[in-house]
Design a protein around this ligand. Structure first.
Ligand SMILES: [Zn+2]
Ligand SMILES: [Zn+2]
Length: 245
């Protein structure tokens, strides 16, 4: 399965990734991708950019660079059990796409699966949130059925993160269970890399195999065509400057 754009990518701006935004865009262009979503870590993570980075992104970076539509997003940190994010309102307002993830360095320690389930449900109620990031992390297990019902209600998409088996060991079974629930509840899915170096962009074979095993139809995977992804995002966030094709 091929994607038309990678929806989870990092740059040198977060200080633990190693390519510039332009290098990522050029890699996307070389792969024949129509779009790229740049999703830098929110400011609460060590080394991550200041909140102004997120406020200025939409203005500073052209909509299209070297034939690639640039979607200006973030990977916000879920900070507490109430669904608080670390990117302030002013920044959130100016971004095209907001993905939210739980990370060990920013999410409260010693939480229970019940508490994490409640935190995800609160997140899914936030209309500014578009994507749930690496939900299958075994350190943050939750009641996936309850979470995905809330996500379906909120209209968000769930990513199947190709880096999960390497970056979050023990994710595999959770990701497979999540994929089966996405199929059951018809939750939109994204195949993404979580690239921290440009050569990783577009390599989603593991994620694609998880989606296929779960029987998720291609129409449910938003980023296998630009048009499908674009129509979903433009409708969610009233973005009026995304090219139609
Ligand atoms: Zn992450
Ligand atoms: Zn990431």
């Amino acid at each position: 399965m091929k994607i038309a754009g990678d929806t989870h990518t990092h740059t040198i701006a977060c200080q633990h990734a190693y390519s510039t935004l332009l290098e990522n865009i050029r890699q996307a262009a070389a792969l024949g991708h129509r779009f790229l979503v740049t999703t830098e870590h929110g400011p609460a993570m060590g080394g991550a950019p200041h909140e102004w980075f997120f406020e200025n992104l939409r203005k500073a970076v052209p909509r299209e660079v070297e034939g690639v539509v640039v979607i200006k997003g973030c990977e916000a940190n879920l900070m507490d059990l109430e669904g608080t994010l670390d990117v302030p309102q002013a920044g959130l307002k100016r971004l095209d796409l907001v993905m939210v993830s739980m990370h060990r360095v920013t999410f409260p320690r010693d939480t229970t699966p019940e508490q994490r389930t409640a935190a995800w449900i609160a997140t899914a109620k936030n209309p500014r949130v578009d994507v749930i990031g690496h939900l299958g992390d075994p350190r943050f297990s939750a009641d996936y059925e309850a979470v995905l019902r809330a996500v379906k209600e909120g209209g968000q998409a769930v990513e199947l993160n190709n880096s999960s088996p390497l970056s979050r060991p023990g994710s595999e079974e959770n990701c497979r269970a999540i994929a089966r629930l996405c199929k059951e509840y018809k939750v939109p899915v994204l195949l993404s890399t979580d690239s921290h170096f440009c050569t990783a962009i577009g390599e989603v074979s593991w994620s694609a195999s998880v989606a296929e095993e779960a029987g998720i139809p291609e129409e449910q995977i938003l980023n296998t065509t630009y048009r499908r992804f674009r129509d979903w995002l433009a409708a969610r966030q009233q973005i009026d400057d995304l090219p139609e094709e």
